[in-house]
Design a protein. Structure first.
Length: 333
């Protein structure tokens, strides 16, 4: 029997190349080796978009198209919508009794995201308790492995604490997951040089971007601010243009030579950017083409999501039934 993996994305629009570098290509590679469940986390998206549900609804379809475009196969991976699995909400309620407010407040991932979003004292309760909902996401499908970025490891650690508490109190019922940080899972920087690429910061290159948009974004990319003249030595480390070339370029010898030339001086930023434009156009063309084809068949995308969600519901229902038996609240059985 294959081990299970749970992955997912918070739908805020089309996915960017940082998602591909950090998780999407790994999902394509893993879908033959593992039984993979991929969650479109619209409930999480609503924790700070409660007043803009149409945005989240539209984004669900965008994310589904991106999954198909990069090569995730619905015959091998179960793609489903979080809010359509009511068992997750029930499990969340039960798990909330196994974690304290103080423990949630100490979660470094939650603390960081609260600061990033500028909630101040007006933190939505759903956002604050999301680690518990995520524990329900993971355990509902008996996931053995959860691939995450390094910044998300504390969320999986909290899931393990909840699983341990449940199994200690009610008996061995839930699968204890393991967080796995893929080797290629480091966060890809934004085009502006900031550590995070995100839609809200407007610093991402998207899988659906047109050739003209790619040219515009790459030309405006942050480089080495001290590389003022072509003849000046430049800094490769921390330079997003070279980071992107390492991630998406296939000619490692050429990239190594460009790094050496840039470091000793004599290589202009625009020359490097022109090569990156070539690399990104070559990389994104087949993805964009497949995405456009799937977008022409919205019925197929809808039916894929319906089928995946139905399968996910069936799996979550079995977990919820086991949880209720262990808690002695399956009253009419």
């Amino acid at each position: 029997m294959k081990k299970r993996i749970l992955t997912g994305d918070r739908p805020s629009g089309a996915l960017h190349i940082g998602h591909y570098a950090g998780s999407l290509k790994n999902r394509v590679a893993l879908q033959d080796e593992y039984e993979q469940f991929i969650l479109i986390a619209d409930v999480q998206a609503l924790t700070d978009n409660a007043e803009n549900p149409q945005k989240v609804r539209n984004a669900v379809n965008e994310v589904a198209l991106d999954y198909l475009a990069v090569g995730i196969d619905p015959a091998k991976s179960t793609i489903f919508i979080q809010s359509m699995i009511p068992q997750i909400a029930e499990l969340t309620i039960f798990y909330l009794n196994l974690v304290t407010v103080a423990r949630l407040a100490r979660n470094p991932t939650v603390k960081s995201e609260i600061q990033q979003k500028g909630f101040g004292e007006s933190i939505p309760a759903g956002f604050f308790t999301y680690p518990v909902s995520q524990a329900a996401d993971i355990t509902a499908f008996g996931a053995h492995i959860v691939p995450v970025g390094a910044d998300q490891v504390p969320m999986i650690e909290q899931t393990c604490e909840i699983v341990d508490a449940f199994n200690r109190i009610y008996g061995d019922t839930l699968v204890r997951p393991k967080a796995v940080v893929p080797e290629s899972g480091s966060r890809l920087p934004g085009t502006d040089g900031t550590a995070k690429m995100s839609k809200s910061l407007g610093n991402g290159i998207y899988l659906s971007d047109s050739p003209d948009e790619i040219v515009k974004k790459v030309k405006s990319m942050y480089t080495d601010p001290n590389h003022l003249r072509v003849e000046d030595p430049g800094q490769v480390e921390g330079n997003p243009v070279f980071t992107y070339l390492d991630q998406f370029g296939s000619d490692s010898a050429k990239i190594a030579e460009m790094k050496a030339h840039y470091t000793r001086g004599g290589l202009g930023d625009m020359t490097v950017k022109k090569y990156l434009i070539e690399v990104m156009q070559e990389f994104l063309l087949p993805i964009r083409t497949r995405r456009e084809e799937f977008a022409k068949d919205p019925l197929y995308v809808r039916e894929m999501l319906i089928a995946g969600t139905a399968r996910a519901q069936a799996e979550a229902a079995m977990t919820l039934a086991a949880v209720k038996r262990s808690m002695k609240i399956d009253y009419f059985k």
